[in-house]
Design a protein around this ligand. Sequence first.
Ligand code: SF4
Length: 318
Amino acid sequence: MKAFTYERAKSPAQAAAAAASNPASKFIAGGTNLLDLMKLQIETPTHLIDVNHLGLDEVATTKDGGLRIGALVRNTDLAAHKLVRRDYAVLSRALLSGASGQLRNKATTAGNLLQRTRCPYFYDTTKPCNKRKPGAGCAALSGYNRNLAILGTSADCIATHPSDMAVAMRLLDATVETVSPDGSTRAIPMADFHRLPGNTPHIDTNLAAGEFITSVVLPKPLGGTHFYRKVRDRASYAFAVVSVAAVFDASGGGRFAFGGLAHKPWRIETADAAASQGPTAVAEAALAGAKTTPQNAYKVDLTRRTLASTFAQKGAAA
Ligand code: SF4
């Protein structure tokens, strides 16, 4: 690990200002991804801004009937929160399907959104990777890409976003609240928070330099029946090969978001509109434009089948 200096942030705005004044700095909270990346010298910040003591660890109801989740709420606490379990079950289930208990105890809401891809070449500094080093090339395109993306890819990167939590938040139309270095605040819809790779795969989100996440807001509960179905290579402590987040209402409508398929949580409104026609129609809409490799083409069928089993589970629950 490279040497770095350290400071403890005094407020969200001060943390943002400190980050903007030093482009080689990073925020650190749980550190469950960043510390691994620093040990591998994939991330080499010269300065760490510890944001653990900013009091952003509350879950509170909003005046609109939704929920404001502090950026530092740990994944374990969020999954177990009684209002999340009751009103946003898809989020609780997505969180509990991620990582391990120990990691969930440390990982924060904001850190979960900001975690980097698990593309193996991103972590292998002997191989070219446009996300790690812009312009270097992409070893995955002609290499081992079985777990990589089939939607929204580019000629520069076919990585997936690894978060389960973010898929549920996209389904729920969450909003990410931030503070900028000048103290101004803004709210970013989850749909616009993560980016597709395009020709800038090294940029994962639409956060500006120094911009600091303070909370995530969930709209008022959708009601309905919630599912998070995750397919992975082993029963626990593994990232999604394909995941389906779904909420069905009593009249046969539904909405869907997908993990393991793209550089960001994948949600297509035409898939929601097809809910009453069943899983085949939803899959057709969700997978429109899919671009596969010989190794990851199986994800098309796997998505169809995961949707079919989610609909079957819904039928059994009715
Ligand atoms: Fe890097 Fe993206 Fe290519 Fe993986 S898919 S090697 S993250 S550029």
